[in-house]
Design a binder for this molecule. Structure first.
Ligand code: NAD
Length: 245
């Protein structure tokens, strides 16, 4: 493992355009459950509550679960050592961008500036009637369902539900960074959720070296990954940082 870590440090130090692609696994050590796996969100909740058609028809049923799943947990969560190392690397010019599937704001809380939120975020709510965005902090979250302070319409978290498309700007920026990258760090993701899961394949097609950090092998490990670092992101990233100093 130590040799592999040294190889990765060399690769990162020589890279021209390193991009990190992160999934729920990077936030697991901050206390936010992943979707899949033991203790995952889908052990407790039915994924239907995040389907857009179900949400529109049953907002009073979906909202209490959504608050419980995301807002009660994410509000209290803090960045862990993995997030902090990525923030240091951006400051040091070693990391150009993070493309995250997460909606938890933890990369920004850690200090990263260039974060592309592929699936939106939990900070804001969007009105399905008037289209206005309202920050959660300015909303009465005790309502059920949660309604718009401007028109009384139904508010939906401003993250991407199943059946919705990816925000255009996030798609464009992700593709640009992916195609520009020569090193692509894939951290804590199963590689199952489409179309986000296609990005590492695009990076590989463009010649990037794929470095993967995960507790267990993913869809990428035996297909496109060049170096697989098995373990917790909160151990491996600080381990790499230590070798850089
Ligand atoms: P997932 O839940 O499907 O899989 C998580 C992955 O992380 C697994 O491969 C697992 O082995 C790995 N993992 C778990 N703990 C780890 C650790 N400590 N270090 C390294 N790897 C670890 O997650 P996904 O593939 O990112 O799923 C995608 C969807 O889940 C995304 O759309 C995302 O929006 C949503 N999601 C987000 C959050 C969040 O914002 N924190 C939480 C749950 C789900």
């Amino acid at each position: 493992m130590q040799n592999k870590l040294k190889d990765v440090v060399n690769i990162l130090q020589q890279a021209r355009h390193t991009v990190a692609f992160t999934g729920a696994g990077i936030s697991a050590e901050s206390g936010i459950p992943t979707f899949r796996g033991k203790g995952g969100i889908w052990d407790k909740y039915d994924p239907i509550i995040l389907e857009i058609d179900y949400f529109k028809k049953n907002p009073d049923k979906a909202w209490p679960h959504i608050k419980d799943m995301f807002y009660n947990v994410i509000d209290k969560a803090q960045p862990n050592p993995a997030h902090k190392v990525l923030a240091q690397w951006e400051q040091q010019g070693l990391l150009k961008a993070i493309i995250t599937q997460n909606i938890d704001n933890l990369h920004q809380k850690a200090g990263n500036k260039n974060v592309i939120e592929y699936h939106g975020n939990t900070r804001d709510l969007i009105c399905l009637n008037c289209g206005k965005i309202t920050p959660v902090k300015q909303t009465d979250m005790t309502q059920n369902p949660v309604t718009c302070p401007h028109c009384g319409g139904l508010l939906k978290p401003d993250f991407v539900f199943f059946g919705e498309s990816i925000p255009l700007e996030a798609q464009q920026q992700s593709l640009w960074h992916t195609q520009s990258s020569d090193v692509y760090l894939v951290i804590g993701t199963t590689g199952i959720i489409m179309p986000a899961s296609l990005l590492p394949y695009e990076a590989k097609k463009n010649g990037a070296t794929i470095i993967e950090i995960n507790l267990t092998p993913s869809n990428y490990t035996n297909t496109i990954t060049d170096i697989f670092l098995q373990g917790k992101a909160g151990d491996i990233l600080p381990g790499l940082q230590k070798l850089m100093n």
